[in-house]
Design a protein around this ligand. Structure first.
Ligand code: ATP
Length: 135
């Protein structure tokens, strides 16, 4: 019998970023890391701004994700998120500029809504830079 795998889709408002078979998926929920192997029980969980790792054989594909949800059902994994980039899609200069802008806004602290938005923008930018080993 063929080995069991997971059919993984990463979906964003811009469309599908990944659609492939993998052996394991690791994502970050608020409470910590979630590892999904074949035959996992059905589940829906929020995921946070982080790197999702999709593993096949000895390779690990990394995807920078914005917040959203992961759904697991019958060896299908859907990661439905605000944004998702593979390393080669990440524009380092854009992320650096977003980081600087967010830091400026956090310093100004005009109101709570702006502050929270800036904090999230900062997290997204740092997450993207981390994935490609930049700062
Ligand atoms: P920015 O302020 O630069 O737009 P952001 O964090 O507000 O950054 P998002 O709202 O998370 O951006 O994403 C909007 C779209 O832009 C998504 O399609 C996302 O994949 C893409 N994107 C954002 N930043 C980058 C980046 N540094 N490199 C590549 N794609 C990016």
């Amino acid at each position: 019998m063929d080995k069991q795998q997971l059919a993984v889709e990463v979906v964003t408002p811009d469309g599908q970023i990944v659609n492939d078979m993998f052996d394991m998926v690791v994502v970050q929920a608020e409470q910590g890391e979630i590892g999904i192997l074949p035959n996992h029980t059905p589940m829906i969980s929020p995921v946070v701004i982080s790197t999702a790792r999709l593993k096949k054989d000895n390779e690990s594909m990394k995807v920078a994700i914005g917040g959203g949800f992961i759904e697991v059902d019958d060896n299908h994994v859907t990661i439905l998120v605000q944004s998702a980039e593979t390393p080669k899609k990440i524009d380092v200069e854009r992320a650096r500029k977003a980081k600087e802008r967010a830091l400026r806004r956090i310093k100004q602290r005009r109101d709570n809504v702006d502050f929270r938005r800036a904090e999230l923008a900062l997290k997204r930018a740092i997450n993207r830079l981390d994935l490609v080993g930049e700062e």
